[in-house]
Design a protein around this ligand. Sequence first.
Ligand code: GLA
Length: 764
Amino acid sequence: MGIKYLEKERLFKLDTPNSSYVCGVFDSEGFLLHLYYGKRISDDDIRYLTQAYAYPFSPDKNNRDRGMFLDRAFFEYPTEGVGDYRQGCMDAETVNGHRGCSLCYVNHKISKGKPGIAGLPATFDEIPGVTPGEESICETLTITLKDEPTGLTVTLFYSVFEGLDAIVRSVKLENSGTSDLYINKVLSACLELEEGKRDVITLHGSWARERNIERTAISKGIYSIGSIKGESSHQMNPFMAVADRNTTQTQGEIFGLSFVYSGNFTASAECSQFGSPRVLMGINPKGFRWKLEPGSVFNAPEVIMVYSTQGIGHMSRTFHDIMRDHLISGANIRNKFRNSSRPVLINNWEATYFDFDSDKLIAIAKEAAKSGIEMLVMDDGWFGNRSSDDMALGDWYVNEDKIRGGLKKLVDAVRSAGLKFGIWIEPEMISPDSDLYREHPDWAVAIPGRTGTLMRNQYVLDFSRKEIVDEIYSRIKAVLSSADISYVKWDMNRPLSDIGSYALESDRQGELFHRYVLGVYDMMGRLLKDFPDLLLENCSGGGGRFDPGMLYYSPQIWCSDDTDAIERLAIQEGTSMVYPLSTMGAHVSDCPNHVTGRTVPFETRGYVALAGTFGYELDITRISQEDRGRIAGQVEMYHKYNELVRTGDHYRLTSYRENGLNDSWMVVSKDRSKALVTYIKVMARPFKRSVVLKLDGLDPNKDYRISCDKDVLCTDAGERGGNGFTLRGDTLMNAGILINEDSSDMKGDFRGLLIDLTAEDLLG
Ligand code: GLA
């Protein structure tokens, strides 16, 4: 690991274990050009690479053709308006309405550690398991650039982390001039890649179908994704990877970018006239206009860039590691759930919807306790006169018609049944039919004089206004302080529209989207400061705000309202491409599934939920005796494997999305002594079938004792299944294991199994 400045060459070089990133200062004006990002290289002078696209148009040699240079060179932080016609990172406007910016080097600094970003989530510097701040494993390069005519100063930050093939970038703007500036666009990262046959990989979806993997060839033009919904959205996730056309799970080059932000974003890959892609990521410029007064500062959020030559899998594992060790729960680094197992919960949403009272909840808690479930979560419907999703958002007072005797009485009863207690909130929202709205109709995000668009019969509160955040927070805080509450599910059930704030000046209305996100982060920060032991789970109509920004506050996020185990295979596959398994809210729910109507064996629903945080979303007092009887075993399974699932390295083995037949993944402990394989047979096929499953991530030289929870692994040339046998890692990864799908335990669709591998040397 390390960051160097090669003085003679004026090059900056960032090395990670397997990658190098090089940029440098050029010609007398001091343009900051990008030279290289790829497999690790020596500290040679590679300035000749600038000539690949810009030759011979360097302005200090040929100012006559300056525009040629601007439109061809690989820029570290390209700007718009002065001759680079590709998409840029920066569009600044003066009070006279002129738009142009050209950034040149001023100075730089290389320092130990990593600074935070005021008001925003950001990766932090900490050695796993060591007290924060004791010893630094990060280095940061800070490069300051300036646009002389406007006085706009742009500082680029780059941090590297020991042992990780990742570089984290962010940008700070400062108006060091004398007049106001309007920033129409400020992105956080640009990556210029050389020409080649490449694909772009993104995660797209909709409500109940979040983060499905999309892979498509980069061709001439611009491939762009983003959100303008005020949240990262169900439709597109703030992630983009660029991979070689031949890159697979296990081999090939891939560059991944993930945006640590929960609001509007853009990510694009533009193929230049010479076929070289320029990849950009940052706050979506649509709807964004920030007034930067002299002396004031704007911080653009972070982008995590990951490089892998070992395929998609290594990229995913690097994202998992950096998020687990340097991002999750950064707002409350001492939160006990950051690095530990979470209670198995039962949530009453699919069990009761709005139709519940304290007796019903206590009955669920008592029954759940018998099976070892550890927490009851009371979902939507406990406050104001909320009897459906048509009313009462904002009226954060306990409804004592339902919660008889008050919240404390209920919580005490649940606790004496042996369960912790969690609660649902949706603080960013306001129902037109609420006391809050009747009192403060101007608190909603709205365009004065225009009837706002309702979604789920609700409006969004203007969280850009501190007094609104203060009032909502004080109501929520009073509820949380009134009883022993261990968990909060923070929901957000509609995006923003009708963008207008009653408080912002006319030339600041374009700041609303970003200020809104800052308001949300502010309230989450306050919540975690006042309730440091709280387990916070984010949610947005399922997984509409599953992003790295939210993980800074909550170690887990509800993946999707689609709890159908088979649908979840694709959702969880896409999610785990970027996000650690420990973050994926996944529950066993009742069948026929409420979203799809499909029936999947209870056991299989448990296997699928095991890849996430694990819990239940059903009425345990009403499901069949047989299903109820399986819960204790599943809870035991969760406890047995959660450490491995939470902290291990994740390997995708097969994908139902790709093969239409089965889905499997495994997790391997960091020391490669233990592993867990999950295999789901989705589609039964005619005729006698056995499936070869090649494992991954094991130590090729270790012997592993294999046990499966079904007698379906073939161990000899005969017909039967076996268990408790031993194979070496190289055999398991190259020859594979054989699963007899025809055995009675695996007959039919939607059957699954777990395989446990333990290194013999661990067994002694
Ligand atoms: C959203 C969530 C659900 C549930 C409902 C309650 O849709 O995703 O899990 O909490 O809101 O209204």
